[in-house]
Write a protein that binds this ligand. Structure first.
Ligand code: BTN
Length: 234
């Protein structure tokens, strides 16, 4: 689409109409009402970055296993950014991809459920490629890191290859491998840091994720699990 409000919204509309094939990608050059996690907006300069959604039918996963969607997608992006930059890349739980502690990519996953099964999943990706200046926060882009300009269609091809490789691992149920790679890339894993929780600002040490993908943090000698809305990185 030359322009659209949100590629996730367009993809979700196709899911509702049930007129799509697994692997369909909806991409736009100019997203005018991009949505981010926790109801945030996703702002991106027209024609500079990758802004797309793709659709899959992960009917082989139970709802309890749905965090593996977050894992495979973040790892696909992690593989791509690692190859392109040669830098140490981190995944900030649940699925922000960071280089030099700065966010280069955001992911918005939205599911359509049928009973206890995932009928359709829309995976929205905003990956900063050629943008050099940002209005707010301290994000980064491929071009800031490497001082080069990129052809977006080539980058889309490579990124989709990386995502597909990780999706095939998931379909083959290589769950232990996916989880180990995810934990290996997890930002601040094993180190003491400050977090904001319902109890206020506290120090804790990330130990990993629990069986449903919540972040596990050791706080005052106690292991606690947190949902996305329950903890903020300080
Ligand atoms: C985040 O908050 O980090 C997630 C951002 C996800 C942005 C992408 S851009 C393509 C797709 N369409 C949307 O409206 N959002 C996602």
């Amino acid at each position: 689409m030359p322009q659209c409000h949100s590629t996730n919204d367009l993809a979700l509309r196709h899911c509702q109409k049930n007129d799509w094939l697994e692997g369909t990608v909806i991409i736009t050059n100019n997203q005018t009402a991009g949505r981010g996690q926790r109801g945030n907006v996703w702002l991106t300069q027209s024609g500079k970055n990758l802004t797309f959604s793709f659709m899959i039918r992960p009917t082989f996963l139970t709802v309890k296993e749905q965090f593996y969607l977050t894992i495979f997608v973040s790892l696909g992006i992690y593989d791509y950014v690692t190859e392109k930059t040669g830098k140490k890349v981190h995944i900030k739980w649940p699925n922000d991809v960071l280089v030099n502690d700065r966010k280069i990519c955001g992911v918005l996953i939205e599911n359509q459920l049928s009973g206890n099964r995932l009928e359709a999943t829309v995976i929205g990706i905003g990956l900063n490629i050629n943008q050099q200046q940002f209005e707010s926060g301290t994000p980064t882009s491929l071009s800031i890191i490497t001082d080069q300009a990129y052809a977006l269609s080539d980058e889309l091809d490579l990124l989709l290859q990386k995502l597909e490789q990780r999706y095939f691992q998931l379909k083959e149920r290589k769950l232990a491998k996916l989880k180990a790679d995810y934990l290996n890339a997890l930002y601040r894993n094993g180190a003491d840091h400050a977090y904001l929780t319902a109890d206020g600002e506290t120090r804790g040490r990330i130990t990993g994720i629990d069986e449903i993908g919540r972040l596990t943090v050791m706080v005052d000698g106690q292991l606690k699990s947190f949902d996305v809305k329950e903890i903020k990185f300080v």
